[in-house]
Ligand binder design. Structure first.
Ligand code: EPU
Length: 432
């Protein structure tokens, strides 16, 4: 067990290179099992969710070769369905892509329920709606609680109207539909860049997916997919987190390897807060010389402010110089569990359902806090870097699910941050 220790309170200067996008990487890796061939995937982030995705595929018979730090070759020629180990599947949310991918390739899937961050209810009814429209029969096994889906007569293209805009349901329906017979039309799909990335990857393998990133996605089924070489897009949430760090510490960070268009909603809110953001072709330079202004934010599906930036934005609201900011969560049921941790740092936040009223007090105090989930953990890093003194962040395995080399990258811009091992005796006392 390790924790992150930060001596915060100083402005940070320099460049941070953003890694590949977690949420497309996991979809592409698991989606690759549709391809009975070798795929080379570049720009993969070195994070635990990617490692777990590979481990799952290897258990299913895939062979995975690391070509360099960010590039892997995956050969799914001999991959078999229905045998993913529960202890891996339960470690992350993206394991639900096994349902769509296995259904698409083997016409059946039998997979434990996924894990991942806890934000209240995370139903999969829209995924099931997509699978059933294509001819799959879904049930939750009474014996094991596993998801079970079968299409003994094959899959046929269909029209699916998503009642809720869902990244997972959109990607899963695409995965199930790429090799189905005929045309599938998904209306009201998610438009997130990772949906587009997954569609582009599949198209590079010979699929026929059009309209990803728009209000209607059309998938014309193909008989066979072939191997390819594909590079994952940069991670907009890692980029947004780095932008929040520059804003919180009052330094100047060049956030490199980004697509500024993906960051527009974050940039707009930072500018409203008084932060300077300069957009270059594939980088943004973020700096702050004056105070942070209060601001109101509602997180939404793309192209709105991402829910994955909720907690980091809340930290900036705490640091605002006076006034109350209102932060409304527009995607998940419960995204505010991190507020208890920020209160340890002196934050004054009143919660009313999905709305947080955040008092701008200009400072946060150092404290011992926990990463309650991935982005909440990232927000603790933002807060710790801003707070003058020693902040300790526990449960950092959540952060490592989604941020490659976060300590090293932040040291590169001058942060006093390190990872230390929690002594075993202390781990025992905590556990009891
Ligand atoms: N929803 C339903 N029914 C469904 C599916 C979703 O009601 O069948 C609801 C959810 O409860 C939620 C909303 O729809 O209220 C949106 O959920 P979505 O399905 O879009 O989220 P997800 O697929 O479970 C992915 C990312 C999350 C990110 C969300 C929203 C992956 C592996 N996860 O989750 O990423 O927050 O989309 O953009 O892609 C993270 O990276 O920290 C993270 C949690």
């Amino acid at each position: 067990m390790e924790k992150i220790v930060i001596n915060g309170g100083k402005p940070l200067y320099g460049d941070i290179w953003v890694s590949g996008m977690k949420n497309s990487a996991v979809a592409v890796i698991i989606g690759s099992l549709l391809i009975e061939d070798k795929c080379v995937i570049e720009n993969l982030p070195d994070i635990s969710d990617v490692a777990i995705s590979f481990e799952i595929l290897q258990h299913m018979g895939a062979s995975v070769r690391r070509l360099n730090k960010t590039t892997y070759e995956i050969d799914n020629t001999r991959t078999k369905g229905g045998i993913s180990p529960s202890e891996l599947v339960r470690k992350m949310r993206a394991s639900y892509y096994l349902l769509g991918a296995e259904l698409g390739r083997f016409h059946r899937a039998y997979v434990d329920q996924p894990g991942g961050c806890y934000f209240g209810e995370r139903p999969i009814d829209q995924h099931v709606k997509g699978f059933e429209a294509l001819g799959g029969k879904f049930e939750v096994s009474k014996d094991t609680g596993y998801y079970k889906i079968e299409a003994p007569n094959g899959l046929k293209g269909a029209s699916v109207f998503m009642d809720v805009v869902s990244v997972g349901a959109t990607i899963n329906t695409i995965l199930a539909a790429v090799k189905a017979e005929g045309m599938t039309v998904i209306e009201n799909p998610a438009k997130e860049p990772h949906v587009v990335d997954l569609a582009n990857f599949l198209n590079t393998c010979g699929a026929n997916v059009s309209g990803a990133g728009t209000d209607v996605i059309k998938i014309k089924g193909v008989n066979k997919l072939h191997g390819c070489s594909y590079a994952i897009l940069p991670d907009m949430i890692e980029a947004g987190t780095c932008m929040a760090i520059a804003a919180a510490t009052g330094g100047c960070i060049k956030v490199e390897n980004v697509i500024p268009k993906h960051l527009e909603s974050i940039t707009a809110k930072l500018v409203e807060m008084g932060v300077e953001v300069e957009e270059l072709d594939d980088a943004v330079i973020v700096s702050r010389s004056g105070d942070i202004n209060k601001v109101n934010i509602k997180t939404q599906v793309y192209p709105g402010v991402p829910t994955d930036m909720n907690a980091q934005m809340c930290v900036l609201m705490c640091l605002a110089n006076g006034g109350t900011s209102y932060l409304t969560e527009g995607v998940f049921e419960n995204k505010f569990r991190y507020c208890e941790e920020l209160r340890r740092m002196g934050a004054v936040i009143k919660l009313d359902g999905k709305v947080a009223a955040v008092e701008g007090r200009g400072i946060l105090n150092p404290a011992v806090v926990k990463a309650v989930d991935l982005r909440a953990g990232a927000a603790m890093v933002v807060a710790g870097l801003a707070a003058k003194g020693r902040t300790e962040i526990e449960d950092i395995h959540h952060i490592e699910r989604g941020y490659e080399d976060i300590v090293k990258k932040l040291r590169g811009v001058g942060a006093d941050i390190k990872k230390i091992v929690i002594p075993e005796k202390f781990q025992y006392e905590k556990a009891n």
